[in-house]
Every structure is written in structure tokens, then in C-alpha cells.
Design a protein around this ligand. Structure first.
Ligand code: TYM
Length: 328
């Protein structure tokens, strides 16, 4: 069975951006692939944080992933720092990754611009990401669009290692491909191109219907539609119409489109319909999250089983890598 790997930062509970861009797809793929899904706490320490907060966010993210539908019987869900081979392989990959490839990463440039002092770990972040993926010899990586450049780097790393240490014509590391979905980039409620916790423009997956409505109500719509009687254009209503396409049935999406264009519905009507569709999908997730919060041992057991599965594969890869490189 082909293998997939993907990771997510421990930013606390999921939001609908990383849920629709990645995690919902993980849930759909877990029965078709041998699947490894990782809460990447080593990645998270490349920016300022407090230990207590990281511990809490890691836990919340793991709970959110299970609530969203990852099934520990079908896939491995684990925390990165529990599998030491991730950082071991990263060191090795640091020695075959050209510095220029790291310096041109858009996410590095963005994050570095916001820091007073930039640590080496931030620059080397994508090398750890390559190690995450290649440790499991993953063929495909289900991610949102913002991770595509990091994945290109993972392919460069695989290619460089194979060229140097694998026999000609028999590459050891596959070159992993991104698996994108139609919801590969969810816009923020404020109209920003990306919904992201650091931009404070998200809806949390576990927020209550009232909390969600309080965020949907002021969310941006078609800027040209000023009065309710103005005809709207769903194509210019990036945030709300995009969420309708993600959460509502095709019939509802068609209805929204017609009623917006004819001005039969105002933006509030359209948002109310979206609120209903979101509640239908998110209520069972919220209920599962509550049940998991009441039984923390279930989360512990899932993470331990996941780490064990991961360690078995990771140890095998490291054995091969070290032997090939004269390190064993
Ligand atoms: P992270 O934690 O920022 O995001 C997790 C996943 O969610 C996707 N995503 C989105 N998709 C669509 N619209 C959005 N607004 C949105 N926000 C987030 C991301 O594309 C990602 O798939 N560096 C990675 C974590 C990582 C990783 C890996 C991923 C570490 N190692 C190995 C894949 C493979 C990150 O920070 O994702």
C-alpha cells in the first residue's frame, strides 16, 4: 500500500482553514493509504513560545485531529518529538541541502521579517519537514497550497541523497508529491488570502454555533454590494462563497449563487444558510472532542500507539541511511 505522511503545527484546536485544506483530506485518505499524521512540536519551537503553552496546544491539536475523524485503528497519529529519528535524519539532511534553497523559501522570508533575531532553526525548518516525510518513505503528502514550496525542497533533498548514497538507477527515497484538494487555500474572514491563527482571522473547528455566527456576521463579502437590493456576484465574495462550496450541498451552492445574483437574498441570508451547513458538519466533531476531553486516556493511548507504529518505520529507515553513509 502506498504511504502518505503529513504534519500540522500544534497551534491548539484546528481551524476551518487547516481542516478544509488538509485534515479533512487526511480523514478521507486514511483508509486508502498507509498513513502517518504528525503534530510537529519540534517545528513549533522555531518561534517564541512558552513550554506550558506548547504542551497544552500539542494536546489540543491531537484531540482536535481525533475529533475530526482520524481513526487510530487506521492511521498513526503521533507527536513528532516522541520519535527522535526526525531530528536525527534532519541533521544528516542539513549536510546535503544547499543554503540558497533555504534562503529563498517564502515562509522563511515572511517569518524572518517578523522576528528581531532570526534563529538557525527557522532557516532549517524545511529540512526538518523533508526529514519528517522521507523518514517514512512517503510517496504523497496531503497539504494545503502554502506547503507546496516546502515539498519541492523535500524532493531536492531526496534527489541529492539518492544521487550521493543510493546505487545508480535504484533511488532509496521517493520524491514526495503534494496532494491538494479544491479547498487548498481557505481565505481568512477578513478577506486575507490565507486563514491563519497568527492573523487572527479564523473560525475554530470546536467553536460553538453562537461563536461561529458572531464571526460570520461581520465577515467580508462582495465589496461592490452595498445595499441588500444590489445584485451580488459570488465570484467576488471570496470568503463566504468559498465556505459555502466547502460546507454546503451542491444544491445549496447553486441556490446561493442564483439568489445572490438576483438579490433575492442579502448577505445575511446567505451567511445564515452557511451557518446551518457548518453546524451540520461541525456539531458531531464538537461532540466527539468533548467526549475525548472527558476521557484523556483515549488520546494518550492513540498517541502512544501512533508513535510506536512510527518508530518501527523510522528505525528501519535510519538503519538503511546510516549504513549507506558509513555511519554504521
Ligand atoms: P500548518 O500547521 O501551518 O498547516 C497544516 C496544514 O493545513 C494547511 N492549511 C491550509 N490549507 C488551506 N487554507 C488555509 N488557510 C490553510 N492553513 C493551513 C497547510 O497547508 C498544511 O497542510 N510546515 C507545516 C507542517 C509540517 C508538515 C511536515 C506538513 C511539518 N512537517 C511534513 C507536511 C509534511 C505547517 O506549518 O503546516
Amino acid at each position: 500500500m502506498a504511504r502518505i505522511f503529513s504534519g500540522i503545527q500544534p497551534s491548539g484546536e484546528l481551524h476551518i482553514g487547516n481542516y478544509l485544506g488538509a485534515v479533512k483530506n487526511w480523514v478521507a485518505l486514511q483508509s486508502q493509504f498507509e498513513s502517518f499524521f504528525c503534530v510537529v512540536d519540534y517545528h513549533a519551537i522555531t518561534v517564541a513560545y512558552t513550554p506550558e503553552d506548547l504542551r497544552r496546544r500539542t494536546r489540543e491539536m491531537a484531540t482536535s485531529l481525533l475529533a475530526a475523524g482520524l481513526d487510530p485503528a487506521q492511521c498513526a497519529v503521533f507527536v513528532q518529538s516522541r520519535v527522535p529519528e526526525h531530528t536525527e535524519l534532519q541533521w544528516i539532511f542539513n549536510t546535503i541541502t544547499p543554503l540558497g534553497e533555504l534562503e529563498r523559501q517564502v515562509q522563511f522570508k515572511d517569518k524572518a521579517a517578523r522576528q528581531e533575531q532570526v534563529m538557525a532553526g527557522l532557516l532549517n525548518y524545511p529540512v526538518l519537514q523533508a526529514a519528517d516525510i522521507l523518514l517514512y518513505l512517503a510517496d504523497a503528502v496531503p497539504v494545503g497550497e502554502d506547503q507546496v514550496q516546502h515539498l519541492e525542497l523535500s524532493r531536492v533533498v531526496a534527489r541529492n541523497w539518492n544521487a550521493r548514497f543510493a546505487p545508480e538507477g535504484a533511488p532509496y527515497f521517493p520524491e514526495p508529491q503534494a496532494k491538494l484538494t479544491p479547498t487548498r487555500r481557505i481565505a481568512g474572514l477578513d478577506g486575507n488570502a490565507k486563514m491563519s491563527k497568527s492573523l487572527n482571522n479564523t473560525i475554530g473547528l470546536l467553536e460553538t454555533p453562537d461563536e461561529i455566527w458572531a464571526k460570520l456576521r461581520p465577515a467580508v463579502t462582495d465589496p461592490a454590494r452595498i445595499k441588500k437590493t444590489d445584485a451580488g456576484n459570488p465570484d467576488n465574495c471570496r470568503v463566504i462563497f468559498q465556505l459555502h462550496r466547502a460546507f454546503s450541498s451542491p444544491e445549496m451552492v447553486a441556490e446561493v449563487e442564483t439568489k445572490c445574483r438576483s438579490a433575492a437574498w442579502g448577505c445575511v441570508d446567505c451567511k445564515k444558510a452557511l451557518h446551518e451547513s457548518m453546524n451540520a458538519e461541525l456539531t458531531p466533531i464538537r461532540t466527539r472532542a468533548q467526549a475525548l476531553a472527558d476521557q484523556p486516556s483515549l488520546v494518550d493511548a492513540a498517541l502512544e500507539a501512533g508513535a510506536e507504529k512510527a518508530r518501527a518505520v523510522a528505525a528501519q529507515t535510519m538503519r538503511h541511511v546510516k549504513e549507506s553513509m558509513g555511519l554504521a
